[in-house]
Design a protein around this ligand. Structure first.
Ligand code: ADP
Ligand code: MG
Length: 273
């Protein structure tokens, strides 16, 4: 109505709410070097809640290092990362950045899922226990709750019938699907994938990409390093192209993949397409 400014739920307010939600991942001007080698230079990247970002780039361009910085496995020389608005590895104290305790870092890391090229399953644990282990170890669920959740997650990745198997009894594609179920078990705010299909035989790539695509469709926030351009085109909200430690360009897939602005992007795409 027109009776005053105190009315609730105007269209303007409703539209404003999503923009004020913190980014799922925000990388602020990150520089990382090993000795004299610059591995990341002035990298800035925002992944919004529910967004799927795909990172492309030649070998050695810094993609894995970027994921490792986001997951606290590496500390940048300059810059910082925040997750859901909370600084990673540091907190503000009277305007200064203070490092977090190891315990606080572990708590933050438990909110990030990480899926590696080589699956990294626990070989001595069954598939079910691989998926159930972390929520128990971190005190989030009891053993019975974690196993029940694990059964649900295994069904979600199409492996309900493999709960009692050991990793070595599975194909690479199945192992990677278990690794994805394991990453989901801590209900992370974002899942980072580092070339999840690069170690797979070609005929097994599709089943893993299908599971990732299903997660993307369900609104999970994903940051995926891959060379699968078709997947990027179909699933990504945003494609990020890196070269020599820098983000060269980023944007919607139709822009970066079909109308790249930079020569280096065109050159890379001509080699992988
Ligand atoms: P990408 O994943 O794009 O292939 P990386 O992030 O693995 O690239 O590596 C980027 C560069 O950093 C490479 O030149 C690599 O040799 C170097 N690098 C990565 N990790 C280390 C490390 N722990 N020590 C020294 N150099 C490293
Ligand atoms: Mg890599």
């Amino acid at each position: 109505g027109t009776t005053g400014a105190s009315g609730t739920g105007t269209a303007a307010e409703i539209v404003k709410t999503p923009a004020t939600r913190p980014a799922a991942v925000e990388v602020h001007d990150v520089h990382k070097w090993y000795g004299s080698q610059r591995v990341l230079e002035a990298v800035a990247l925002t992944v919004r809640p529910g967004e799927v970002a795909v990172v492309l780039g030649p070998s050695g361009s810094g993609k894995s290092t970027l994921l490792r910085v986001i997951n606290h496995l590496e500390k940048p020389e300059i810059g910082h990362v925040s997750l859901n608005g909370e600084l990673i590895g540091v907190r503000r104290h009277r305007g200064r950045l203070k490092e977090l305790s190891e315990r606080a870092i572990l708590a933050q890391r438990s909110r990030i899922g990480f899926v590696f090229q080589n699956f990294n399953l626990f070989p001595h644990l069954t598939v079910l226990d691989n998926v159930a282990a972390a929520p128990v170890a971190t005190g989030k669920l009891t053993g019975a709750e974690a196993r029940e959740q694990a059964r649900g997650l295994l069904a979600r990745v199409g492996l309900a019938d493999k709960a009692a198997a050991y990793p070595r009894q599975l194909s690479g594609g199945q192992q990677q699907r278990v690794a994805i179920a394991r990453a989901l078990a801590l209900r992370p705010g974002v899942i980072l994938f580092d070339e999840p299909t690069s170690a797979l035989d070609p005929e097994l790539v599709g089943e893993v990409l299908a599971v990732i695509k299903d997660l993307a469709g369900s609104g999970t926030t994903l940051l995926v390093v891959t060379h699968e351009i078709g997947f990027a085109r179909e699933v990504a909200d945003r494609v990020v192209f890196m070269d020599a430690g820098r983000i060269v360009e980023q944007g919607p897939p139709e822009q970066v993949l079909d109308h790249p602005r930079h020569e280096r992007t065109r050159d890379f795409l001509s080699k992988v397409l």
